[in-house]
Design a protein. Structure first.
Length: 273
């Protein structure tokens, strides 16, 4: 388990401040258990190993993980038949040349510019891992032939390209934006945008499942009812598109299950009706 630097922004985060005490403790344990790229194994046994001093049952862990996901602090995903999660807004020193866990299908946008690197090899590896995947902020994009593939060096200008990558990764962080987006409530007449529906279908396809548009629309009605019923500031979001993506990830199993034909439908299909 690695030692981690806890940033000052943790104590000024409204999402973190709203967590229950037990969930906050789990959040810190997950920080320690995550790899250098903010990825963790998220099944019950792995989480119990990450928090050995806490006698949390499976139901407790499930509720706390759901709370972290709803707060947009955790981004769950599945790969190779196992449960994993990415810690959102992740930033750490990078000592390894590759993630310990599978990279999520939705990319590495949760990971910000690393605080530092063990050596030049890890710096270049981080550029390949983070730059080749969808990235909302963080490392500059470094174009190579295949995502996650080996470093392919061009015949011409290899040294200058390596120098450019190293310089770009060692530059100071850009200053934060002058103003933060303002939180608002979900409009009463809100309808699921077409691009949000498309993203949900593509996301489930990336997880090797398929869903019907009707199932996504039905889930969006639950999404709208949930957030409209939330009182006060808890029902306001600065990024509703991000809240929708979190909702889909958190209700992934339900969404996939609702797209399966019922037993009656399967029997009709078998009879050729």
């Amino acid at each position: 388990m690695s030692s981690r630097v806890i940033r000052d922004s943790l104590r000024t985060s409204e999402a973190v401040d709203n967590l229950r005490d037990a969930t906050f403790r789990l959040y810190i344990y997950l920080f320690l258990a995550a790899d250098d790229f903010g990825l963790i194994e998220a099944d019950y046994g792995a989480i119990r190993d990450a928090a050995p001093m806490r006698a949390w049952g499976r139901e407790d862990v499930t509720k706390m993980m759901a709370e972290l996901t709803e707060a947009d602090l955790l981004m769950p995903y599945h790969a190779d038949g196992h449960a994993y999660a990415a810690i959102n807004h992740w930033r750490s020193y990078v000592n390894s040349t590759r993630p310990k866990h599978p990279v999520p299908a939705f990319g590495m946008g949760h990971c910000h510019r690393p605080l530092g690197y063990k050596n030049a090899a890890t710096r270049n590896a981080a550029a390949l891992i983070l730059g080749l995947l969808p990235q909302a902020s963080g490392l500059p994009v470094v174009h190579r032939q295949a995502a996650g593939g080996p470093l392919v060096k061009e015949q011409v200008g290899v040294k200058s390209e390596e120098k450019r990558v190293e310089q770009s990764l060692s530059t100071p962080d850009s200053p934060p934006p002058a103003a933060l987006p303002v939180a608002s409530r979900l409009p009463r007449d809100w309808q699921l945008p077409e691009q949000w529906l498309t993203w949900a279908v593509r996301f489930t396809a990336d997880q090797r499942h398929s869903v019907t548009p009707a199932a996504v629309v039905a889930l969006s009605r639950e999404f709208a009812d949930h957030w409209r019923a939330k009182p006060g500031k808890d029902g306001a979001k600065a990024d509703w598109a991000g809240a929708w993506r979190t909702w889909v990830r958190n209700n992934f199993a339900k969404l996939v299950g609702s797209s399966r034909p019922t037993d009656d439908t399967q029997a009709r299909i078998a009879r050729g009706i």
